[in-house]
Design a protein around this ligand. Structure first.
Ligand code: HMG
Ligand code: MG
Length: 297
């Protein structure tokens, strides 16, 4: 039997959060519906963050209602603070993600606090969410490189992962925010984090700026990681990470894992239809190689 790998689709959140142009709420909803048709079970549908800082996520409550997120354990939203948790609860969110970093410089730009202050701030949020039966993921950005502080050592990542796990996060997502690292550096981080967090609680969240996304995903999976984030079409980027491109494309990851005899439960054809919707209706050009090979005119 082939090994299952769970894909967390992040296009509706990471994929769209940094777009300069206005995104129609109806388009975000239609994209989520199309992605579900491809068999995606886990998806980040939005973010409850400051709408002044990330205007594209301001319609998250409306999107959640429209896609029936409260009915789906796999639908997740980012939560920046207590207020974000209130909003997530009000919409009946079943899964949330809190987010910090391995670099103080990035955390300051992204969430306005140092890493240790953010951990203190998130602890009661995680506790409240868990008490309410909500699944909680904890993100760590800049696991290998920070746009402001440069290279990051695995030794700076492991304690943050441990702290997030100890405060109650059920999954630790390792964010290679800049998309620069090569597999050896990914392996060093995964191995450092895995000393305190079990492999089945680690998720790989890799951006693809230098074209290393698929190689890095494979390295993480080879080491035993079984949850992989990806964005249809290779969309994505953080507004506070200058120079970073999109996430590794879901279709590239599905093609990779299928070829390596692993099972994602995602059908490539309908997934490419969702990417075509981004291209044709939303006007967002896909960057993925697999889309170009199979669908580009
Ligand atoms: P702050 O400016 O330090 O402090 O924000 P604040 O609490 O005073 O908030 C500023 C304004 O935002 C206020 O409005 C608040 O009311 C409002 P004003 O008084 O000026 O009119 N506000 C909110 N409004 C609605 N809902 C809320 C909310 N919170 C504040 N929940 C804060 C601190 C953390 C809120 C802010 O810095 C923030 O929202 N940051 C989020 C940034 C973000 O979303 N970044 C992208 C996601 S992370 C990412 O992409 C990386 C990842 O993909 C992994 C990887 O790739 O590495 C996950
Ligand atoms: Mg990201």
């Amino acid at each position: 039997m082939s090994t299952p790998v769970s894909i967390v689709e992040v296009a509706p959140r990471d994929g769209l959060q940094a777009r300069r142009e206005h995104i129609e709420t109806a388009h975000r909803i239609a994209l989520i519906e199309r992605l579900r048709r491809a068999g995606i079970q886990r998806m980040e549908v939005g973010a409850f963050v400051s709408p002044k800082r990330v205007p594209r996520m301001a319609d998250t409550a409306e999107v959640m209602k429209a896609v029936g997120a409260s009915e789906r354990a796999g639908d997740m939203v980012l939560v920046a603070n207590e207020r974000g948790l209130e909003q997530a609860h009000a919409e009946g969110a079943r899964a949330i993600a809190v987010f910090t970093a391995a670099s103080d410089a990035f955390a300051e730009k992204n969430i306005g606090s140092t890493v240790s202050a953010s951990l203190q701030r998130f602890a009661p949020i995680v506790a409240r969410a868990r008490d309410a039966g909500v699944f909680v993921r904890g993100y760590i950005s800049t696991i290998t490189d920070c746009p402001y502080a440069g290279p990051i050592e695995p030794g700076a990542v492991a304690p943050v992962a441990k702290a997030l796990r100890e405060m109650g996060c059920q999954e630790i997502a390792l964010g290679e925010t800049l998309g620069k690292a090569t597999p050896a550096r990914i392996a060093a981080v995964v191995e450092a984090v895995a000393k305190n967090v079990s492999m089945d609680e680690i998720a790989a969240h890799f951006h693809d700026t230098y074209g290393m996304g698929v190689a890095n995903v494979w390295e993480a999976v080879r080491l035993g990681v079984r949850t992989v984030d990806a964005a249809a079409g290779g969309l994505g980027g953080c507004p506070f990470a200058p120079g970073a491109a999109g996430n590794v494309a879901t279709e590239d990851v599905v093609y990779l894992l299928n070829g390596q005899g692993m099972e994602t439960g995602i059908a490539l054809g309908p997934l490419l239809d969702a990417v075509s919707f981004c291209a044709d209706t939303m006007g967002i050009a896909p960057t993925s190689r697999v889309y170009k090979a199979l669908r580009a005119p």
